[in-house]
Design a protein around this ligand. Sequence first.
Ligand SMILES: NC(=O)c1ccc[n+]([C@@H]2O[C@H](COP(=O)([O-])OP(=O)(O)OC[C@H]3O[C@@H](n4cnc5c(N)ncnc54)[C@H](O)[C@@H]3O)[C@@H](O)[C@H]2O)c1
Length: 446
Amino acid sequence: MPADQRPIGVIGVGYVGLVTAVCLAHLGHHVVCLDLDAAKIDNLCVGNIPIYEPGLEELLAGARERMVFTTSYPRLCDSCHTMFIAVDTPPSPSGDADLSRVERVIREIGSCGGDRLLVMKSTVPVGTGDRVVAELEAMGVDRIGYVSNPEFLREGAAVDDVLHPDRIVIGAYDQRDGDVVEALFAGIETEVVRTSVPTAEMIKYASNAFLATKISFINEIANVCEHVGADVRTVAAGMGLDRRIGPSFLQAGIGYGGSCFPKDVQALKQLAGNSGYHFQLLNAVIEVNHLQKRRVVGKLQQRLGRLRGKRLALLGLTFKPNTDDLREAASIVLASRLRAEGADVVAYDPMVPPGTRPDLFPGVTLVTSALDALDGADAVILVTEWAEFGDLDWRAARERMRGRHVIDGRNFLDADALVAAGFSYDGIGTVNDTPVGGPIPAGETT
Ligand SMILES: NC(=O)c1ccc[n+]([C@@H]2O[C@H](COP(=O)([O-])OP(=O)(O)OC[C@H]3O[C@@H](n4cnc5c(N)ncnc54)[C@H](O)[C@@H]3O)[C@@H](O)[C@H]2O)c1
C-alpha cells in the first residue's frame, strides 16, 4: 500500500495521544493506536475512555470505525508508515525530562525495521530529534523521517484545542516529511509554523515557560496587592487590555500545577544549565509557584490560629477543572501541609471519588459532595474552580459548617454573596476580603 494511504500510528494513548488519535480519525484518517497499558487498550476496544476530557466520547463514537487499538508493536509496524509518538516524558530526579519511554518506543520501532516517518508529539528536550535519528540509523532502520510536532492542547479543552489550534508547529529535517505531516492536518484552519527540528522543540518549552512565568508574575503582583490595598483582579483586567500583554494567564491564584508546566519549566532550566547557561528567571518562577501554595496555610492561620484539630474542607483536587488529572496538583501539597499542621482535612472533587489515590492524599477524607465536605468544617478552601462550586448554595453550606471562613484559592467565588451569607472571605490579592478580627457571631469558632 502506498505510504500516504496507510493508517496513521499513534503510540501512547494518554491525554495527548488519545485526543490526537480521535481527532485524526475525526478528520477522516484511519488510525492504529498503541499503548503498553493493556487495561487501557482493552477499555478502548469496548468503547470506554480511560480519561475524562469533555467532548472526547462523542467524537470517538463518530470516528470509532476508523480506529484500531493494540498493544502490539509488530501489528503497528505492519500497518503504519507514519507514527505519532505521544508517550509521557515525566521529570527525572535531576529535573531533566525522563526520556526512558521515548527510548523504549525507539527500540521497539527500530527492531521492526522498515521505512518510517516518526512524528514527535511528546514534549522532549532540544536535541532529542538528532538523538532519535542517530539511534535508529545505528539500528539499521532503512529510512527514518523525523518531524517534531509539539502539542499545545490544554486538558479540559483538549478536543477543541486540537481541532482549532492557535498554530501547528512542524519542525522537519526533510521538507517532504514536513509536507506529509502538514497534509494530515489539512482539515484544520490555522497558522502553520514550518521550521527546523530544534526550533520546533524549543517553541514548545519556551511557550510553557512563558505561560508559567505569566502566572508566577501575576501571583507576585497579587501578593504585593495584599500589602498595598490594590485588587489584583482589576489590576490584571487593566493590564490585559493592553494588546502587548493580553488578558490570558493573568488570573492570580495558588499557583500552577499539572503534568506539563512544572516539569517543562524545570526541564528547560536543566536544558539551559546542561548547555552552560544559567536561566535565572526560571528559578524565580519555580520558587514563586512553590511558595504560592503555602501562602494559603498562612491565610488560614491568620483566621483560625493553630490548625491542629481544625476541620478544613478542600473543594477541588484536580490540577484544573474539567479534567481528572491529579499530576502535580496544588491540592496535593496543600493537603499534605495542612495534615502536617495537625488539621483534619476533608475533600471533595467531582472527578476524585472516595478511595482514589490514597498515596497522594494520605489521611485525607474524600467525600461525594461539596456540602458533605463542608459539614462541621471550620474553614473551606477552594482549590480547583469547578463550575459547581460557583453554583453551590452557600447559605445552606453556612448552616452546615462550624466556622465561617472561605479561602478562595482561585478568586472564583462571588465574594459579596459569600459575605452576605455570613462568611469571612479571603481571595488571593483581592481587596474585598473581610478584615481579620471582624465581628463574629457568638458561639462560633474563629
Ligand atoms: N497532558 C497535557 O496537557 C499535555 C499537553 C501538551 C503536551 N504534553 C506532552 O505530551 C506527552 C504525553 O503526555 P500525556 O499527558 O498524554 O501523558 P499520559 O501519561 O497521559 O499518556 C502517556 C501514555 O503513553 C503510554 N506509554 C508509555 N510508554 C509507552 C511505550 N513505550 N509504548 C507505548 N505506550 C507507552 C502510557 O501507558 C500512557 O498511556 C508528554 O511529553 C507531555 O509533556 C502533554
